[in-house]
Ligand binder design. Structure first.
Ligand SMILES: Nc1nc2c(c(=O)[nH]1)N[C@H]1C(S)=C(S)[C@@H](COP(=O)(O)O)O[C@H]1N2
Ligand SMILES: [Mo]
Length: 318
């Protein structure tokens, strides 16, 4: 086999600098110039859409997280999504526009000093947004790389002030069968739920996503708040979160509840542990015609391998 092994994380800067950032900066500059001239403000507002958080984007990029491959075009990633609430195919982007992402309240409860409801825009104000280039590996054997915007999950944990008894963070998606046809299919364990340990939540890599491609996240990506932990299979990445609970018991995820023989709690990426129905050794990089070898922890072992020391007897891999 002819495989090019790049040293982890190296990528020429030009590949990691997506066009949208230039375009966005230019739009902002044009906007600023126009405001200076006392004109055109509504046009700028229109260009940025009606999302009240649009002004927070693009956020500065955190350069710590480098990619070993090019970013996947937004035209690809925003049209190939898993979001079963809106259908079981990848073509749910249009259906997902039915979800109203404002007003949006997130309930923080369970073992915390003070349970409360937070409005998404208040939360965004309390957090400092940054951009990170992350890979996403779906358990189905495809992957993509996305410039997410958001804030470290550990800042959310600090914000929530969990009590010492809290061992896990459980995240829950909205429930509204009127707009989400998938939720009328009673054989699924709605609402979509998943979770991780407090230690995983506090790991630098765990990221609460609010935007993508230098602007507020499109609905199909899980607006207005989703999680992404790039060393785990994508099915753990709860979209459109309405509730975050700090709990003592290990939460049972949507996929684990549905198919416990195939999907477990930890779900860390490992090319050597096959899914019962297919190999995980390689992945199709969306937007290219390449299949490349899958990496242990999706290539993020240097950040997360320590989390699993002493847990080798557990089912750590999907
Ligand atoms: N609420 C909800 N979140 C979800 C899913 C879902 O069906 N519903 N699918 C998961 C799966 S299987 C994957 S691979 C990722 C896909 O994220 P993307 O569409 O942004 O690539 O979302 C995850 N989060
Ligand atoms: Mo997935």
């Amino acid at each position: 086999m002819n495989i090019i092994h790049r040293k982890g994380w190296e990528i020429p800067e030009r590949l990691a600098t997506p066009e949208h950032l230039f375009l966005n900066r230019r739009a902002l500059m044009t906007g600023a110039a126009a405001i200076g001239a006392g004109a055109m403000l509504p046009a700028v507002a229109f260009a940025q859409g009606k999302d009240p958080s649009a002004g927070l984007y693009p956020a500065p990029r955190n350069e710590l997280y480098k990619l070993d491959r090019a970013l996947t075009e937004e035209s690809v990633t925003s049209r190939y999504n898993n979001f079963y609430e809106f259908g079981s195919t990848k073509a749910i982007a249009d259906a997902a526009q039915k979800l109203a992402v404002r007003p949006w309240t997130i309930k923080i409860d369970g073992l915390v000093e003070k349970p409360r409801d937070v409005d998404i825009d208040s939360l965004l104000k309390a957090m400092k947004l940054e951009e990170r280039l992350y890979r996403l590996r779906c358990v189905e054997g495809w992957s993509m790389t996305i410039p997410w915007t958001g804030f470290p999950m550990k800042n959310l944990v600090d914000f929530a002030r969990p009590l010492s008894g809290a061992k896990y963070v459980r995240m829950e998606t909205f429930m509204d069968p009127k707009i989400a046809p998938g939720q009328r299919q009673a054989w699924y364990p709605w609402p979509f739920v998943d979770g991780c340990t407090i230690e995983e939540a506090a790991n630098d890599l765990s990221f609460m996503v609010t935007g993508a491609y230098g602007k507020p996240a499109a609905n199909q990506f899980g607006a207005p708040l989703r999680i992404h932990q790039p060393w785990k299979y994508g099915f753990k990445a709860v979209k459109s979160i309405v509730r975050i609970s700090f709990v003592t018991e290990r939460p049972k995820g949507f996929w684990e509840a549905l198919q416990p023989a195939e999907y477990g709690f930890w779900a860390n990426v490992n090319p050597e542990v096959s899914h019962p129905r297919w190999s995980q050794a390689t992945e199709e990089v969306l937007g290219t015609r390449e299949r490349v070898p899958t990496l242990l922890f999706n290539g993020y072992g240097e950040f997360v391998a320590d989390l699993y020391k002493g847990k080798e007897k557990e089912r750590l891999w999907a």
